[in-house]
Design a protein. Structure first.
Length: 318
């Protein structure tokens, strides 16, 4: 009888401890895990699972309404966004994230489309993909070179968020999973002790039972993902620099000139990456733009912002 009482007391103590920890965590502002997008609001509707990249655009036409603006996205069979029609064997490949892809603007409003209207001798291909950081852009470039020859230039468009995506994979994948409304997969890379790139296949975010109801389970879930990604949440500029250098080497091996363009970063990051580019003999173009209300839509450049980017890039191209 006393043994049963002790067991009951132990269970009761554990439950009370859990309740107290839960109350404490909620008091300090921690929240449970939840999907923020459902049904037609899911932004991943125009993407599909890719065993190497995590996700990639699906062929077809997709419509969205962003800040009361109707947006059309057209993706071709090669996963590039429609960029007009140009009959040229020489290509310019553009890679990057949602700024490059053109989140929030129509096909004919992206800076890649605007540049294509000004450049006759090259076929510009927009391979930007929402959510990609530097590493996924590098993986995408590998895939692109397998099917594209006569690439004159490879242009990687960088924003400071890409560095965080490269280094804070656990928190980034959590955000993507919550925002997309589905459990997507993210590839990642690390530097080994010799500063060589160590690459890992895409993994999905671990969603534990009751994480939608208990903060303590959500915290455990976060800890598991940090362990799975083999890293802390500290930023490491060396990883992003290494990946950019690998892009440069890959481009050279395919007889292409690599260009590194900054679209949005702090002054400190611009200085560090411009020095890095100079050391590696990489052409660096700084098109940094402050996204004011007049130049932005949903935290991305609007049509007016893309016009400014296009002029900045064209100036360096000429």
């Amino acid at each position: 009888m006393f043994k049963n009482i002790n067991i009951l007391l132990s269970i009761t103590s554990i439950l009370i401890t859990i309740i107290l920890i839960e109350i404490f965590l909620r008091f300090w502002g921690f929240r449970t895990f939840s999907f923020t997008a459902t049904g037609d609001d899911k932004p991943m509707a125009m993407f599909e699972y890719n065993e190497t990249l995590g996700w990639s655009p699906k062929t077809g036409n997709y419509k969205a309404v962003i800040e009361n603006k109707n947006i059309n996205y057209d993706f071709l069979k090669d996963s590039s966004r429609f960029n007009g029609i140009k009959d040229s064997d020489q290509k310019i490949i553009m890679i990057g994230g949602s700024f490059t892809m053109g989140h929030g603007v129509n096909n004919n409003e992206t800076f890649s489309y605007l540049l294509q209207n000004e450049i006759d001798k090259h076929d510009i291909k927009n391979f930007g993909v929402s959510g990609y950081g530097t590493y996924q852009s590098y993986l995408n470039l590998k895939k692109i070179f397998l099917k594209n020859k006569n690439v004159k230039y490879v242009i990687y468009f960088f924003i400071e968020d890409h560095e965080r995506r490269d280094n804070k994979q656990a928190s980034w994948l959590e955000f993507l999973t919550m925002y997309s409304g589905e459990n997507i997969a993210l590839p990642f890379a690390k530097l080994d002790k010799n500063f060589n790139l160590k690459e890992f296949a895409p993994i999905k975010y671990t969603i534990l039972p009751l994480s939608k109801h208990l903060v303590i389970i959500t915290k455990l879930q976060k800890a598991i993902m940090k362990f799975n990604f083999l890293a802390s949440n500290d930023s490491n500029i060396f990883l992003t620099k290494k990946i950019i250098d690998e892009m440069n080497l890959l481009s050279k091996s395919n007889n292409s000139k690599f260009i590194f363009v900054n679209l949005k970063s702090s002054k400190d990051k611009i200085l560090k990456y411009s020095k890095f580019a100079e050391e590696k003999n990489i052409k660096f173009i700084n098109c940094n733009l402050e996204l004011t209300d007049q130049l932005s839509i949903d935290y991305h450049p609007n049509f007016e912002g893309h016009k400014i980017y296009s002029k900045c890039i064209l100036k360096s191209y000429n």
